[in-house]
Design a protein around this ligand. Structure first.
Ligand code: PRP
Ligand code: ZN
Length: 301
């Protein structure tokens, strides 16, 4: 590796799938402009010392674990599975989860054929369950003292019951359309998951530690503004306690005088949650007027 390359941060994201668009969007909102390499496997950062590697999501934890990439964006489903797998194989210090992200919501669930009966976890005893998540499923079964046969399979888990390879499956469910398309019914939730940022277990070289830190602060900033709103309104001074209570996720609103009146004031506040029509209607009922809700673009804590 050349000295110049060594100073650049590498982040691994899913090449094509549920997390790809949101991952690229997050990185773009941290200020990166990039061009995509010919092989479509690397995006070269143009204005920051940061490059993006596009890989299979299943490979991301290992790439970060082995310090091939400094950072990775991947689902907690895979983070948990690989963490347990690495621990079982005794592979050194595990990678670290830095922050959870607000996309890629899904769950790892057990499903049966629609026509099959299901009588609770106890009924899994002695049954065969196909999954790409043998460690997470194994732990869930062990916690309940259930001895079932875990059939580890790397893909196409959803067709295992029809092929007679298994009685049930344990797989990721996001919209539920894959289960529906394969005539399967969800019966147990094993793990709730969302995307998260992971980092190498190895200390980052001093040349790039500063940029790494700045990037993490920017990502945190992007996460903070997601769903945040800036709200402005006029209200009777006497109604301020009630109105402040109605503002979701707000800490210290700014109160400003209004020209020509002592009785009404202007209130400005950042709301850390989305502001719905119902909230605006309640604010109006409490005496607020001239209510404006604006998006927040950037925030630095
Ligand atoms: C998961 C899972 C299902 C699908 C479920 O795949 O294996 O195929 O998503 O989503 P749905 O409920 O919206 O239909 P994943 O995203 O991990 O992709 P991969 O298996 O190709 O890695
Ligand atoms: Zn995958």
């Amino acid at each position: 590796m050349s000295a110049v390359q060594a100073q650049r941060i590498k982040i691994a994201i899913q090449k094509s799938g549920r997390l790809t668009d949101n991952s690229l969007d997050l990185i773009t909102r941290c200020g990166l402009r990039y061009s995509r390499g010919k092989d479509q496997l690397i995006c070269f950062g143009e204005n920051l010392p940061l490059d993006i590697l596009l890989v299979r999501d299943d490979d991301i934890p290992s790439l970060v674990q082995d310090d091939v990439c400094d950072l990775g964006i991947v689902g907690q489903n895979l983070i948990e599975e690989k963490r347990l797998a690495f621990a079982a194989s005794g592979r050194g210090t595990p990678f670290e989860q830095v922050m959870t992200l607000d996309f890629g919501l899904c769950r790892l669930a057990i499903a049966v054929l629609e026509e099959a009966t299901y009588a609770g976890p106890e009924s899994l005893r002695g049954r065969r369950i196909a999954t790409s998540y043998p460690f997470v499923l194994g732990r869930w079964l062990a916690e309940r003292g259930i001895a079932a046969e875990v059939v580890a399979q790397s893909g196409a888990v959803e067709i295992a019951p029809r092929l007679g390879r298994a009685d049930l499956i344990c797989d990721l469910v996001s919209t539920g359309s894959t289960l529906a398309a394969n005539g399967l019914r969800e019966v147990e939730r094993v793990l709730e998951s969302r995307a998260a940022l992971i980092r190498t277990p190895v200390p980052v070289a001093s040349e790039k530690a500063d940029w790494m830190e700045r990037l993490l602060v920017r990502m945190d900033g992007v996460q903070r503004v997601n769903g945040s709103k800036y709200i402005m309104l006029h209200a009777p001074r006497s109604a301020l306690p009630q109105i402040t209570k109605l503002l979701p996720g707000n800490e210290h609103p700014t109160i400003l005088p209004l020209d020509g009146t002592d009785e009404r004031v202007a209130l400005h506040a950042v709301c850390r949650e989305n502001v719905f029509w119902e909230t605006l209607e309640s604010l109006k009922a409490a005496g607020a007027s001239a209510i404006l809700v604006l998006p927040v673009e950037k925030m630095l804590a």
